[in-house]
Design a protein around this ligand. Structure first.
Ligand code: BES
Ligand code: ZN
Length: 456
């Protein structure tokens, strides 16, 4: 049997196996799920081994990676596949139609946490490789797989892992499916991702919650003060006010502007899908430009004071928030965190006590938009989807992609099979059955297409 027929004949089995993968609550951000993350890694290792890919679990200092390889001859090109087996926390649970770790098929979708980000997308490549191995068809390339367990919580240890394992990870090109298509029935090649920097701010006030009648107006209120700090982050044109924030930001090229302008954009459809009345981004830029090519700052969560039932008249003793800044090329996460801190020190009055925790982050990446790898990827997408891909960027981050370039000197093919509307990081995450299928066939064609590229 040839690999394609193998895919044809194993549609249900493929789905059943993906469901097994999706059932692990491998939430990397939460220590209570540490065991589940490890169990998921163990299962993955076993699954790869059963497929005939030699694999092992390797420590990183945080959640481990699963590394697999199948090396034939040194004459062949080597593909390094990257993906992640961890997922975002599923909360708020009450907004899910069904339990997040009990995958089901709901109409045309697979519904589960991790369905698209990234278990479902990663699985397409595993199943394409299996189609070769199970049919005894010689793989035309050498393959390595690096599957991470903490991408969703910052990938803090993976950069070091890559630095310490350069020989192990030596390859010709990286393949990642952890982004999305441009839209329904419009596959895409992604040529850039934004970076990210994390900070937390905690403002402290009185040594305990105080009566707001007795003390309000005199004692500093940490929630009020934090709100002022947050309010000072942007001007009315949506520009970030941190001193030096835009220092290294290169203006968008005309090519990129034209490229984005060519892509269809339906403002009312997008607004309707997210349930908002209007957009509010940096003035002078289109929505695609704002989310793909401009740096931004967002509060991810804010806590403080009383939020329980009824009222409670207090001056809370503290307030805190978590912030991420999305970065573009040449903005260095550590430097941006420092600038953030300096700015808050500048704007905060002396009577306010606060603490800033800087978590660093990952730089932005841009990958080539032309050349033989890209052409091969384009043909593989055409083979799987029956449609030519368009070129776009993405606003999200995959931290290790920059490390692949800086440490291993490798470019990455960012071939997303999901959709922006698939609810990644949201309740009711999904992956359409047809995108999963087309992803598998594209992944299969990709092996052959990449094998034809001349090394060098
Ligand atoms: N799959 C996403 C990255 C992504 C999102 C690519 C949207 C393209 C479009 C990835 O799993 C992710 O969410 N990454 C995190 C990284 C962060 C925790 C360092 C992100 O972007 O928030
Ligand atoms: Zn992901």
């Amino acid at each position: 049997m040839d690999p394609k027929s193998f895919l044809d004949q194993n549609k249900q089995k493929r789905l059943d196996e993906l469901f097994t993968f999706l059932k692990f609550p491998s939430v990397s951000a939460k220590s209570e799920h540490k065991k589940d993350v490890l169990a998921c890694a163990e299962w993955l290792k076993g699954h790869l081994s059963e497929m005939g890919i030699e694999s092992k679990i390797m420590p990183t200092g945080g959640h481990p990676v699963v590394f697999g390889s199948k090396i034939g001859s040194s004459e062949k090109l080597t593909l390094l596949y990257y993906g992640h087996y961890d997922v975002q926390p599923p909360e708020p649970l009450e907004l899910w139609k069904t339990a997040p770790f009990e995958p089901i098929v709901d109409g045309e979708y697979i519904l589960a946490r991790g369905a698209t980000d990234d278990k479902g997308q990663l699985f397409t490549h595993l199943k394409a490789l299996e189609a070769y191995l199970a049919t005894g068809t010689e793989l035309p390339v050498n393959i390595k797989l690096l599957i991470e367990g903490e991408e969703e919580s910052g990938a803090e240890n993976l950069a070091n892992f890559v630095k310490n394992n350069t020989e192990l990870l030596k390859a010709d090109i990286v393949v990642v499916s952890d982004s999305s298509q441009f839209g329904k029935d419009q596959p895409a090649v992604t040529f850039g991702l934004r970076g990210v920097a994390f900070v937390e701010v905690k403002v402290t006030g009185p040594n305990r919650d105080l009566h707001s009648g007795g003390f309000g107006g005199a004692v500093p209120n940490p929630v009020n003060e934090l709100a002022k700090i947050i309010g000072a982050m942007h001007d009315s044109d949506g520009r970030v006010l941190i001193d030096g924030f835009y220092d290294n930001v290169q203006p968008m090229t005309d090519w990129e502007k034209r490229q984005f302008a060519q892509l269809p954009f339906d403002e009312s459809e997008l607004l309707q899908s997210v349930g908002c009345k209007g957009f509010h981004g940096e003035k002078g830029y289109t929505v695609y430009e704002q989310v793909w090519s401009r740096p931004t700052l967002d509060i991810n969560g804010i806590t403080g004071g009383y939020q329980g039932e009824g009222g409670k008249t207090i001056i809370p003793s503290w307030a805190s928030c978590k912030i991420t800044m999305r970065l573009v090329p040449d903005q260095e996460p550590g430097e941006i965190c420092d600038k953030f801190e300096k700015y808050v020190r500048k704007i905060c009055p002396d009577y306010v006590d606060f603490e800033i925790t800087k978590h660093g982050g990952a730089g932005a990446v841009v990958v080539p938009t032309e050349g033989p790898w890209l052409e091969a990827a384009g043909r593989a997408i055409k083979a799987g989807f029956g449609i030519e891909p368009v070129y776009k960027k993405e606003g999200g981050s995959i931290p290790v992609v920059g490390t692949f370039k800086s440490v291993l000197g490798l470019d990455t093919l960012l071939l997303g099979w999901g959709q922006n509307g698939d609810n990644a990081h949201s309740p009711n995450e999904r992956f359409s059955l047809i995108d999963f299928e087309r992803g598998c066939y594209s992944a299969l064609a990709l092996i052959d297409e990449l094998a034809k590229v001349e090394a060098g």
